[in-house]
Each structure stands twice: as structure tokens, then as C-alpha cells.
Design a protein around this ligand. Sequence first.
Ligand SMILES: Nc1ncnc2c1ncn2[C@@H]1O[C@H](COP(=O)(O)OP(=O)(O)OP(=O)(O)O)[C@@H](O)[C@H]1O
Ligand SMILES: [Mg+2]
Length: 259
Amino acid sequence: MIELKDVKKSFDGKPIIKGVSMVMEAGKCNLIIGASGSGKTVLTKCIVGLFKPDEGEILFENQNILQLEKKERKELRQQIGMLFQGSALFDSMTVEQNVMFPLDMFSNMSINEKKKRVNDVLARVNLKDSNKKLPAEISGGMKKRVGIARAIVLNPKYLFCDEPNSGLDPQTSLLIDKLIKEITEEYQMTTVVITHDMNSVMEIGDHIVYMYNGQKRWEGNNQEIIHSKDEMLNKFIFASQFLQDVKEMRMEEDKQKAK
Ligand SMILES: Nc1ncnc2c1ncn2[C@@H]1O[C@H](COP(=O)(O)OP(=O)(O)OP(=O)(O)O)[C@@H](O)[C@H]1O
Ligand SMILES: [Mg+2]
């Protein structure tokens, strides 16, 4: 579980994160959504310790990351897996070497143990027989899988995914989303996904936080979002006429069911 209490962050005196509180539970996909510039990345960087907030608390299982000693901080950082935007694989390294990298950096495993672990996580993301390939030789969806495998190879308690679907077709996006949800539940990780993807919101949105102008404007799950009356949120998430129609249909259906 990760808890934020009144987190604030300014750059050059300009407030960017204006007092955000939230709880992200284990075993759930916690989504952060919001328009470009609303502060999603800055907030996420504060959570993982890449930025230092000016005020507030960030608690990982009640441990305030901002008050940890260097050594404890390092230990906590090793429990955080990150899938970077665009996968960010090392181009000159094979799939296997990419996934092994965190093990080389942070574990004392023997080479055989490392190979076994790499094969296990690659199998978990349904990527077999690609160990010796270079990133340039595999598709975008496969790259994301490698990125996910690398993010979970150290068995992290926390998983952060920055726009895991960008650049993927809708079907592949869905597969990636389902994979993230499955491993989140399987390993009871606290997963945080930054996304713009409407499909992701509806498919895996156990807990959705809508950021607007540096503040949390709405919070709920993928059922509640259908019924939200927040005008900004509705404009953002149900942007097209088509999606507005779907929202209204679903609201009507739920109304009938409730009768
Ligand atoms: N290092 C920085 N120094 C100064 N300002 C910054 C810095 N990083 C981000 N900002 C500002 O903070 C605001 C929020 O940026 P952020 O990257 O968090 O947006 P975002 O919600 O992630 O948008 P996007 O969806 O485009 O990725 C922007 O106005 C940006 O210019
Ligand atoms: Mg961003």
C-alpha cells in the first residue's frame, strides 16, 4: 500500500502539485489519468523518489520514503519496478540481457539462477524463444512485454507503468493491460498506471485518480466513472460523441437493473 498525504511540489515557485492525498492499495491497478500537463508524471516521480516534494508525506506500508536513511531508501527502491514510457530497453542488449540487467545490478544470484529467473519471467509475460533477439527485431507489443518482465524480475512490491499502451493497437493494448492486471493480482503488487487510454480505464481501473491542474479532482473505480457527474472528467474521458452515447446507454442500463 502506498499513501500520499497532502503532497505539494513547485518548480521555480510555480505550484505544480497542489496538495494531493490518496491511497493506493496492494493487489489493485491504481490508474492516474488526466490531461497533458496536469502533473501525472511529476506526481509519480515524487512517489518513486526521483523528485523531492516540498511538503507532505509519502508512505510505503507506513514508512515515509522522505525520512528514510540512504540504505533503507535504496532497499525500498529495489522493491519498485518501473515500466518506462516507450519501454526504454537497451538497444544493444538482447531481450535476455535487458531482463537480466536488474539482477546483475542488485542480486547476488549465480549466472544459472539468473538465467532461470529471466526465463521464468519471460514465460510469465508469454515471451518464449526471443531471448537472443535484439529490441529492434521484436514488435512494439513484445517490447512492452520485455519491459514488464524487466520491471518484475526483482519481484517488486510496487509496479509503476508510464503509459504502457502508447503506440500499441487496441487489441495488443488490451493484452498488455490484462497482463498487468493479472500479475498485480497474482503477486499482490501495488500497481500504479499512468494512462490516457480509455480502454485501460474501463478494463483495469480498480481505482482511478483523475488529476486536473495539479490536484486530484475525482477518484473512483471503473463502474463509478460511468456515473460521474464531474463535467471536466466527463469531457476528458468520454471525449467523443460515441463514448458519450455509450456512457448514457450504460447509465440507463444500470438504472433499469437497479429497479
Ligand atoms: N523538471 C521540471 N521543471 C520545471 N517544470 C516542470 C518539470 N517537470 C515538469 N514540469 C512542469 O510540470 C507540469 C506538469 O508536468 P507533467 O509532466 O507532470 O504532466 P503530465 O500530466 O505527466 O503530462 P503528459 O500527459 O503530457 O505526460 C508541466 O507544466 C511541466 O511543464
Ligand atoms: Mg507525463
